[in-house]
Design a binder for this molecule. Sequence first.
Ligand code: NAD
Ligand code: 6OD
Length: 497
Amino acid sequence: MSTPAHQIITASPPQAAHFIDGRYVCATGALFENRNPATGALVSLVPEADESQVDDAVRAARRALSGPWGRMSEQERAALLRKVADGIMRRFDDFLRAEILDTGKPKSLAAHLDIPRGAANFNVFADQIMAVATESFRMATPNGGQALNYAIRVPRGVIAVISPWNLPLLLMTWKVAPALACGNTVVVKPSEETPTTAMLLGEVMNEAGIPPGVYNVVQGFGPSSAGEFLTRHPGVNGITFTGETRTGTAIMKAAAEGVRPVSFELGGKNAALVFADCDLEAAVQGTLRSAFANCGQVCLGTERVYVQRPIFEAFVARLKRAAEGLKCGDPFDASTTLGPLISQEHRRKVLSYYERARAEGAEIVTGGGIADMSSPFASGSWIEPTIWTGLPEESVVNREEIFGPCCHIRPFDEEDEAVAAANDSPYGLAAAIWTQDVRRAHRVASRVEVGIAWVNSWFLRDLRTPFGGSKQSGIGREGGVHGLEFYTELRNVCVQL
Ligand code: NAD
Ligand code: 6OD
């Protein structure tokens, strides 16, 4: 790749950059601010990719398809992916620090979830690709002979990966790892809120021996910026996206040009169904995590809790006490359990729902406002964990995804009523079912309209299982072998014997 005059190219990562064709590229054009949500302090000035840089990245990815990468066996690719996983673990502290500064999430969460999962994603898809089998059929031919049909899986080509800010490394590598395992090349557009770990991964890719152009990163925003330039680029063969349902609609329109396939993990308005026969303390602790982990910014999180009437009062009282025990504070302090929201803008959105809940007549069990923080956190986007009761099902707060540390709890009497309420949503991502009755657990799990039903647990992940959403929560399933449908194409070979 020649170096245009407006670009500075380096081998090791600066504070923020694109990663194109195996090198860091810092454009001297438009820059945007990346701020630490815990303090409001500037983390880095990030270059915003223009159309020509996105084009550079896509071209690099296309060239790499016909280079050494395109000729590698599954074994060779799997071995490289394991080295990437090792590289993430070797640089654990760098990734951890970057993720905490970009998101404000507590170290206790990032160190146990985000960074280890970043590495695990590469190991699991290295395993999976070694176990892929395809079908074959022997047939009689009209001339009395025989033919053998067998299918092979071929990479789709250049995959655009558009990722969100809530679990940046985890969700980006969840797409990059299967894409690479299947032999594709990628151009990643991380969220503008969290540009750093995708960039750091470039150096790990180089150290692991992933050929230049296989993994590329362009920084920027969505509409009229890097995200849109990438999804509209005719050199992209498929788009995998995690984010809001509304954004998915825009990306699907871009994908229609050129009839490109999409794989979408979108929003949710997830329900927990807590039956009177549950282990109450387990249900309370599970709901505490599902409603408030990552400051409520988990797509699988619970925002609607349905509790059977005999235990309603006890459940509300216990969840209130547990929520009030969450500790806001320095994200780098191991005892901190609640970080800030991702940005002031997102806080304004979440607070508008807090206002709306009041206007719609909610009883505020706890929270409802901004968390009071002292220096240096006073300028961060902190917010109180909030629990409501008493809202009608059709209230806006009970229907729209808020993506903050809040939930509404409503009593129910009969199982059918709880299932109907849980299913009364345009979304269908996840549900958590709390009961000790095995028959009820299986029955309800088969009736809730979601991609993932957890029984007596939440966000317990086996990466070999299908992951995705029903209704407006997604298109397709990834995880295990299920992503093969998106990341590869089946080619039938018919051999006259
Ligand atoms: P978002 O949709 O605003 O942004 C996600 C990404 O899309 C960002 O990189 C953004 O720059 C990019 N983007 C925005 N508009 C675009 C466009 N027109 N063209 C191309 N790219 C565009 O989502 P977010 O705010 O980053 O994340 C929160 C949302 O993501 C929530 O709705 C949450 O439920 C959802 N989410 C879903 C899952 C899942 O697995 N289902 C996982 C995590 C987050
Ligand atoms: O665990 C995963 O693989 C996954 N995609 C989780 C999504 C979490 C949403 O915020």
